[in-house]
Design a protein around this ligand. Structure first.
Ligand code: FBP
Length: 486
């Protein structure tokens, strides 16, 4: 698989054109007709040397994800002589300010295979007003930029679509799918974002190390919150790798209609179950996004601590002060500020007080694994994928296409890059009264969710062994068969 990605990356530059065999129902009237594409864009072999010189702008947007620097290298390694790449510094905010630098092939030695987004920087500024669109025009025009590549997640690519509309005829806008959360998907043409594999491998390694320590010492339960808001793809992928003794996903809580105490009772049951087999240690994992679906935590993160404190007081725990959670421009809460792992741990501890043996023997420690996964150097999969995404975004720029996001179909032995109309990903959001790219949550019909449900109860008594299990070379989430993984 990784070799096929590299092969596709190393192949000659080509152009993309509408592929009438794959069409979409797109909602009319969201953006102008010219960028309201109703088909996929597929690559065909065509010379590109005769095309006019091109200046491409690029901006990182939202949270960092491993592979961003390789997206830049993917473009630079194929840049035709005379074409230019201009990077905007500090995310969409930097784009509005006109804060930029020229990037050239000499930068590749510095940044190839490097994690984080620090070469250009990023932020979460939303570009959506007419004044902002005008501001972007006034920055791009003097620089001669005729194609702008936005490297981002669902919110950033919603920006990209409306910016493509506003800049039509002056500058094309192309999205590159990024986010460790893995919630920007459009199957089968866009099953995965870059950064997801590295972050999940990173967290899986850390959780596995806790598990190894726990088996060796038989002393502690580790209560681990993992980054990933709204969608629980990260926790699901990590669960498949490390087989935690207990795990709950936000989508599962929603489906089961569980309250906070239901979650606590489930964790308590697993701990007591293992204790009955003389195992006073283990691993619990869950995503930070549970705060969105558990009413007491949701109220708390919105500034109302009363329902949570009522529950805490009822089990004899001191009330807690509000953490400093706020929303970004797109309405996303910074859940990392919320110490839900400590809250959960205290409630489980309180629950265990009723059991003599558990009260004496169970010791717990909270952990949060998040930001380090975004700065990790990309895995070979993410690196190859990001290089290909960068190259494809450049080819779409040469093809004079706007309002599309780069995708890649992994359903065949040789993954093929495609251009997916952004409009096909858009839905009307009643709460926000606007069209936005919908976050793709873990679906109960997904194969990786079904296998998780089948295996989960076996993991209660699982312990990591020697030889250690190997972490996945390619994302489990892609559900590739053995031939495809090679
Ligand atoms: P993106 O969706 O922008 O890729 O960011 C994802 C993420 O890493 C989430 O998993 C996490 O909740 C959030 O960013 C943390 O960033 P911040 O500290 O800005 O809230």
């Amino acid at each position: 698989m990784i070799l096929s990605l590299v092969k596709a990356f190393e192949s000659k530059l080509g152009l993309f054109q509408p592929n009438k065999q794959v069409s979409f129902d797109v909602i009319q009237g969201v953006v102008r007709q010219e960028i309201s594409h109703a088909t996929l864009f597929s690559k065909y072999d065509s010379a590109v040397d005769h095309l006019p010189k091109l200046t491409v702008g690029i901006v990182f947007s939202g949270g960092p994800a491993p592979g961003g620097h390789d997206v830049l290298c993917g473009i630079l390694s194929h840049l035709r002589s005379g074409d230019q790449l201009i990077g905007f510094c500090g995310g969409p905010g930097g784009l509005l300010r006109g804060d930029y630098k020229l990037i050239d092939t000499s930068d590749m030695d510095l940044i190839e295979g490097l994690g984080g987004f620090d070469f250009l920087g990023t932020d979460r500024t939303k570009i959506s007003t007419n004044d902002q669109f005008e501001q972007v025009k006034s920055v791009l025009e003097p620089l001669g930029i005729s194609s702008l590549i936005i490297v981002g997640g669902d919110d950033s690519n919603t920006n990209a679509l409306f910016l493509a509309d506003a800049l039509h005829g002056r500058c094309n806008v192309i999205g590159v799918p990024k986010t460790i959360d893995g919630d920007l998907q459009y199957l089968p043409h866009l099953p995965i974002t870059f950064g997801f594999h590295t972050a999940t491998q990173h967290y899986a390694r850390l959780v596995q190390q806790l598990a190894i320590d726990a088996v060796g010492t038989t002393k502690y339960w580790h209560i681990v919150k993992l980054m990933g808001r709204s969608a629980s793809h990260v926790t699901l992928e990590v669960a498949h790798q490390v087989m935690p003794n207990a795990c709950i996903l936000a989508e599962e809580i929603n489906q089961l209609g569980w309250s906070l105490m239901d979650v606590i009772d489930y964790f308590t049951r697993v701990i007591l179950d293992r204790l009955s087999k003389n195992k006073p240690y283990g691993i619990i994992i869950f995503p930070e996004g549970i705060a969105d679906v558990i009413p007491e935590l949701d109220h708390y993160s919105r500034g109302n601590a009363a329902p949570l404190n009522k529950l805490l007081e009822a089990v004899g725990i001191e009330p807690i002060q509000l953490d400093d959670v706020y929303e970004d421009d797109h309405g996303n809460k910074n859940l990392s500020m919320l110490n839900s792992e400590k809250i959960i741990m205290s409630l489980v501890e309180a629950n265990l007080q009723k059991h003599d043996q558990a009260r004496r023997e169970i010791k717990m420690m909270p952990h949060f694994f998040g930001y380090t996964g975004r700065a990790e150097d990309p895995t070979p999969f993410d690196s190859a994928y990001a290089l290909l995404l960068g190259k494809t975004a450049y080819e779409l720029s040469l093809s004079n296409v706007s309002g599309v996001i780069v995708g890649c179909d992994f359903s065949t032995i040789d993954p093929s890059p495609v251009g997916v109309p952004l409009q096909a990903l858009v839905n009307y959001d009643e709460d926000r009264s606007r069209y936005v790219i919908k976050k793709h949550l873990v679906s109960d019909a997904a194969i990786d969710y079904k296998t998780y449900q089948l295996k989960k109860s076996d993991w209660v008594h699982h312990d990591v062994n020697i030889p250690r299990p190997e972490l996945f070379d390619v994302p489990h989430h892609l559900n590739l068969d053995e031939d495809q993984k090679e």
